[in-house]
Design a protein around this ligand. Structure first.
Ligand code: S3P
Length: 194
């Protein structure tokens, strides 16, 4: 069978909550597949000259979301690459529709405990600076779960090694491209009547 990257006709877009590992896993996945990688938070910061956190502080969340939406629309230009998105990207209905039409979307899901541990290592996320980061992550998991669940593929990332998550994604992509989309095969012959 030909290489996975040769069979990809669309970009791969990682979605999910803060701390799920989208950037780290995305970069490694891109390397594994020989594709280029872009992270929306980094791309916004490069364009604006401020970090995502500074944009929140200076201009507020609404402006950040607007910039994020326009950036994602520009990144979906037919190039096959790996895109790691900020946690809010897939929550916007228009962006979600665009990504589900023009990309293969992967929800990197992880338990809130794992997200809380990982995000506690760096103070770069404005939404988690309110004194109760775990409570906020719990609330966001509730509020956003249904949106993330609309991704084509869901891969669970526990507290384990990112390399293992990359391999799980590769397997899930193989299944998806084979037309099963992570669902049980539909071509199982019916059991003959006894
Ligand atoms: C956000 C997630 C962050 C960043 C911003 C808002 C969110 O990205 O875009 O702080 O709304 O979930 P990561 O998911 O990469 O941490």
């Amino acid at each position: 069978m030909s290489k996975l990257s040769d069979r990809l006709a669309k970009p791969i877009v990682l979605v999910g909550l803060m701390g799920a590992g989208k950037s780290t896993v995305g970069r490694r996945l891109a390397k594994r597949l020989g594709l280029s990688f872009v992270d929306t938070d980094t791309a916004i910061a490069d364009a604006a000259g401020y970090s995502a956190a500074e944009i929140f502080e200076r201009y507020g969340e609404a402006d950040f979301r607007d910039g994020e939406r326009r950036l994602v629309a520009r990144l979906i230009d037919g190039q096959v690459r790996v895109i790691a998105t900020g946690g809010g990207v897939f929550v916007d209905p228009r962006t979600r529709k665009l990504l589900n039409e023009e990309a293969i979307t992967i929800w990197l899901d992880a338990p809130v405990d794992v997200l809380a541990d990982r995000t506690a290592r760096r103070d770069t996320r404005p939404l988690l600076r309110n004194g109760d980061p775990k409570g906020t992550l719990e609330r966001l998991a509730q509020e956003r779960g249904a949106a993330y669940a609309e991704a084509h593929i869901r891969v669970t990332s526990g507290g384990g090694a990112h390399g293992q998550v990359v391999e799980s994604i590769v397997e899930a992509l193989e299944e998806y491209l084979n037309g099963r989309g992570g669902q049980p095969p539909t071509d199982i012959p019916e059991r003959p009547l006894a």
